[in-house]
Design a protein around this ligand. Structure first.
Ligand code: HSE
Length: 346
């Protein structure tokens, strides 16, 4: 029985809970996977811990109604129900095996996620996270700390939600030398560029992307390329084994692209895409995010809307391209589930 604590109970945490609730029997039957959510701690939504496990439906109802989790009440003995614990106390003192770190994180400092990861590793708990901060700013340090404590640092959800990009690179493609990773890593900007091609204005397309829930809380992170830059830093760290931070990735967003640029590309049978890449050039790893005009014949030209796509260039397999969702409640919830299952299966 895997015991899980959620730090942060926003879209991703709730998406995970919905999947765990809806697939409980299937996960148990197919993978012999059994779980308990023992704690949830969220700075805005309150916190509750019960070592015997919380009721997922009830947790989701609290989130839907806006009631604080501090008011959670259960049929267990009152002495095993704790409320009001902050993230660090939940990580240090709960009986969880795995901490799902899903709280808001500042991409400049990686905090508070980096401190949460350190506390989890030092108390012998695995981390599963979709937060880009720790992997974009301190991947090798986090990995080493996890290894020294015999626990896992799992981050599939940091790049393209549940589309298994990191698992593909580290798992199925193992044995290849990967010389380049290049693709569309931000759904919001790809959606905006797609809609601008259909005649929508930049502002309307951005507003629609926000309405559909693709954009970051502050969409500057999407349109200036910062979100894609963090993902490129993570890919560089995981796939190329480097210690890159966000400032090691050159970055240009899509804010300077005008409707005229879009029309010009159309007339040349091409399309603008915001491409992120990390590649070995003359023996050195070079990483960037920038808009590029790609010919229609290019495999990435056909990727429209909020979809992500990434091409790995390998020595043994040539080019391998993976296409899938880059954002979304259930899709990112799945990224957490896939890492939880991997930990359970050892
Ligand atoms: N805002 C991001 C995107 C999703 O549009 O791709 C999470 O990284």
């Amino acid at each position: 029985m895997q015991k899980i604590a959620l730090i942060g109970f926003g879209t991703v945490g709730q998406g995970l809970c919905e999947i765990l609730r809806d697939k409980k029997d299937e996960l148990n039957k197919k993978y012999n996977y059994d779980w308990k959510i023992v704690a949830v701690s969220d700075v805005m939504k309150g916190s509750v811990y019960c070592r015997d496990g919380l009721n997922v439906e009830k947790l989701l109802n609290f989130a839907a109604s806006g009631r604080s989790l501090d008011e959670y009440d259960c049929k267990c003995n009152a002495d095993i129900l704790e409320t009001g614990w902050d993230a660090l106390r939940t990580i240090n003192e709960s009986n969880a095996d795995v901490i799902c770190e899903l709280a808001f994180t500042d991409l400049q400092t990686g905090e508070p996620a980096i401190s949460h990861c350190k506390a989890a590793f030092e108390s012998g708990k695995h981390i599963v996270t979709s937060n880009k901060g720790p992997a974009a700013l301190a991947y090798q340090e986090m990995l080493k700390l996890a290894q020294n404590n015999n626990v896992e640092f799992k981050i599939e959800g940091t790049v393209a939600s549940g589309t298994p990009i990191l698992n593909l690179a580290e798992g199925s493609l193992a044995g290849n030398t990967i010389t380049s990773v290049k693709g569309i890593l931000n759904g919001t900007t790809n959606y905006i560029l797609s809609e601008m091609e259909n005649g929508m204005s930049y502002d309307d397309a951005l507003a629609k992307a926000q309405e559909l829930g693709y954009a970051e809380a502050d969409p500057t992170g999407d349109v200036e390329g910062y979100d894609a830059r963090a993902k490129v830093a993570i890919l560089t760290n995981v796939v190329m084994g480097e210690s890159f931070g966000i400032n090691d990735v050159s970055c240009e967003g899509i804010t300077k692209i005008t409707s005229e640029d879009i029309e010009k590309a159309k007339s040349q049978n091409a399309r603008w895409k915001l491409l992120g890449s990390t590649e070995i050039i003359d023996g050195k790893v070079v990483a960037s995010v920038r808009p590029e005009m790609v010919p229609m014949s290019h495999p990435l030209a056909g990727i429209m809307g909020a979809t992500n796509a990434l091409t790995f260039t390998t020595d043994l397999m040539g080019d391998v391209t993976i296409v899938g969702a880059g954002a979304g409640k259930i899709e990112t919830g799945f990224s957490i589930l896939t890492d939880l299952l991997a930990i359970e299966r050892g």
